[in-house]
Each structure stands twice: as structure tokens, then as C-alpha cells.
Design a protein around this ligand. Structure first.
Ligand SMILES: NC(=O)c1ccc[n+]([C@@H]2O[C@H](COP(=O)([O-])OP(=O)(O)OC[C@H]3O[C@@H](n4cnc5c(N)ncnc54)[C@H](OP(=O)(O)O)[C@@H]3O)[C@@H](O)[C@H]2O)c1
Length: 291
């Protein structure tokens, strides 16, 4: 299936649906008991089904997740140029040299000579943001990364990042779904819309908590559109201006289901109804920004 891109006014373009890779190959360290073959196959399956946007980070499985993606690309004979790969530098070292070294190591593990998008994984007050942003700009000028962004940034730090950067900050990757609305209440979504920045919404199913147990409103919407609850949750995100999403799935059936969350349009009044009436909304993300 063809997955549409969303494009900002500044020209930055990103597929509206991508796959996440957190917990492929391990959590913060490589898990040697993990069945890497299944993860590699899941990535190949996703690409075969039309997914081109792959999200990862240097801290996933201590770098091994990037190696798994690299292996999927290599063994699947996949044309790198058709993919959109995002990686992130850990907030544990956002020094200028640390960022340059991290990027080089990520490229090596992924087996590629550029990233489509490179993000500061989270804000870290020990490192002057201006210097970190300078490193991202220099990596971009060298052609090692195509675009610059941030992740888990609150409004003030996002504003600073925009101010410090010569190249546009094209993305803030954040925890956003039907339940977790921090970006809305903190004004981040509004700022992104007004300043031509894409929100990449991670954890769109809140690791399954949004669809299990099923809420009445999601059940009603599923019946109305003849879609599953997961498909409605994904569609609610990508129906919004300046929002795309990444879902992790190693299960082929889940991936097929999730892809059914795109390619159709929910009525504006139903988007608004879900905005207002989805129960148990939380204003603060509970994610440790390491994932
Ligand atoms: N920037 C950050 O700090 C940050 C933080 C968290 C996540 N992320 C990124 O965002 C990606 C997505 O977030 P996430 O992995 O935390 O959560 P998620 O995508 O909301 O949920 C993934 C979990 O839901 C299951 N699942 C997927 N589709 C399903 C379906 N249709 N029905 C039932 N269960 C389903 C998956 O199981 P199966 O594998 O068995 O399908 C997996 O256990 C991550 O992988 C990562 O790349 C970034």
C-alpha cells in the first residue's frame, strides 16, 4: 500500500505512518535471548507492506536495534533511498563531540551514509542546547543527516531550539495519543502548527492501553467507520494537521491492522468528539524519556 507523506511549508516531508523499533533486540541493552530473526523479519514485512518510515534510537538495545534495522535492509536487498530513517542521540551526552560521534556510530550500525532525520532524544540541562543544535547543523551541512529535530521537548526548550538553529527544526517527537494530551495542554502542538514543525506522535496505542479495555466512545466510532479501535486511534492522530505517527509492531497481523488506520478520513466532528470525550485523559506523559 502507498503511504502518503505530510509536507511542511519549509519542504520537509515525512510518511504519515511509520514503525517504531523500541524493544526490538532488547530494552536498554542487547538481550541475547531475543529472537532477532523475528525482529528482522518484522521490519522486512513492514517494508514489503509499504512502510518506509522507520524510527529508532542509539539507546535502543544499546545500539543493537540499529544493527537489526541495518541487517533487515541488507538481507532484504532494500533500496535505502526509498526509506525514511530517523534516529536519536541520547540525552546522556549532548556535547558537541558526543553528538558527532553518536551520529557516526548510528550510521555505521545502520549501514547507511545518511539519516533522514536526527533528533535530540530528550532535553538535558547539563549540556548547553545552543552547542547541541550547532552539532546537528554541522552534521546536516556535511550531508550526514538530512533534517534536524528534537524529541520530548517542552514548549520553552522547543522555542530555544528553533531560535538557536540555522536549519529548520522540523520535528518534535512526543508521547501523544487519545489518552495522553500533554502536548495539547502545554501548547506544544499549537506552537508546532504555527511554526511549521511536525509532531511525530509516539506510542499511539499507549502500548495497547487505549484499545484494551475498550471504551464506549471508541467502540461507537469503530462501529460507525467499520474499523477496529486501533485503526480509529491511529486515524485520529494522522487526521490532525502537523501530526504523523509511529507504531511498534512485531506481529504481522497487528501491522496489517495498524496500516488500516490510514487511507481514510474521519469526520471533523468525530475528531472533535474524541478530543473532548475520550475518557481518562492525562495531561502529563508518564514515559521515562529513554525509550
Ligand atoms: N522519543 C521517545 O522518547 C519515544 C518513546 C517511546 C516510543 N518511541 C518510539 O515510538 C514507537 C511506538 O511506541 P511504543 O512502541 O512505545 O508503543 P505503541 O506503538 O503504542 O505500542 C506497541 C505495543 O502495542 C502492540 N501492538 C501494536 N499494534 C497492535 C494492535 N493493532 N493491537 C494490539 N496490540 C498492538 C505491540 O505488540 P506487537 O509487537 O506484538 O505487535 C507492542 O507491544 C517506539 O517503538 C519507538 O520507536 C519514542
Amino acid at each position: 500500500m502507498e503511504i502518503k507523506n505530510k509536507t511542511l511549508k519549509n519542504g520537509f516531508s515525512i510518511p504519515e505512518f511509520g514503525i517504531g523499533t523500541w524493544q526490538m533486540g532488547g530494552r536498554y541493552e542487547r538481550d541475547i535471548s531475543n529472537d532477532d530473526a523475528s525482529d528482522i523479519q518484522a521490519i522486512k514485512d513492514a517494508i514489503e507492506m509499504g512502510v518506509t518510515h522507520i524510527d529508532t534510537a542509539e539507546i535502543y538495545a544499546g545500539g543493537h536495534t540499529e544493527e537489526i534495522i541495518g541487517e533487515a535492509i541488507k538481507s532484504g536487498n532494500i533500496d535505502r533511498k526509498k526509506l525514511f530513517i530517523t534516529s536519536k542521540v541520547s540525552g546522556d551526552d549532548l556535547s558537541y563531540d558526543g553528538i558527532i560521534n553518536s551520529c557516526t556510530a548510528s550510521l555505521k550500525r545502520l549501514g547507511t551514509d545518511y539519516l533522514d532525520l536526527y533528533l535530540l532524544h530528550w532535553y538535558a540541562e547539563n549540556f548547553p542546547l545552543e552547542k547541541s543544535i550547532q552539532a546537528l547543523n554541522d552534521l546536516k551541512n556535511q550531508g550526514l543527516i538530512k533534517n534536524i529535530g528534537v524529541s520530548n521537548f517542552g514548549l520553552e526548550h522547543l522555542k530555544d531550539a528553533v531560535r538557536f538553529s540555522k536549519a529548520p527544526i522540523v520535528c518534535n517527537q512526543v508521547h501523544y495519543n487519545l489518552r495522553v494530551r500533554e502536548v495539547v495542554y502545554a501548547g506544544v502542538l499549537k506552537f508546532c502548527k504555527e511554526n511549521d514543525i511536525m509532531i511525530v506522535a509516539y506510542r499511539p496505542l499507549d502500548k495497547g492501553a487505549i484499545i484494551q479495555p475498550i471504551t464506549q466512545i471508541l467502540d461507537d466510532m469503530s462501529k460507525k467507520y467499520n474499523k477496529t479501535p486501533a485503526q480509529v486511534a491511529i486515524n485520529w492522530l494522522i487526521s490532525q494537521e502537523n501530526v504523523v505517527t509511529i507504531v511498534k509492531s512485531r506481529d504481522r497481523k497487528h501491522l496489517e491492522e495498524n496500516l488500516g488506520g490510514i487511507g481514510w478520513q474521519m469526520a471533523p466532528e468525530d475528531i472533535e468528539k474524541l478530543d473532548l470525550e475520550f475518557p481518562s485523559q492525562v495531561m502529563v506523559s508518564d514515559v521515562v524519556p529513554l525509550e
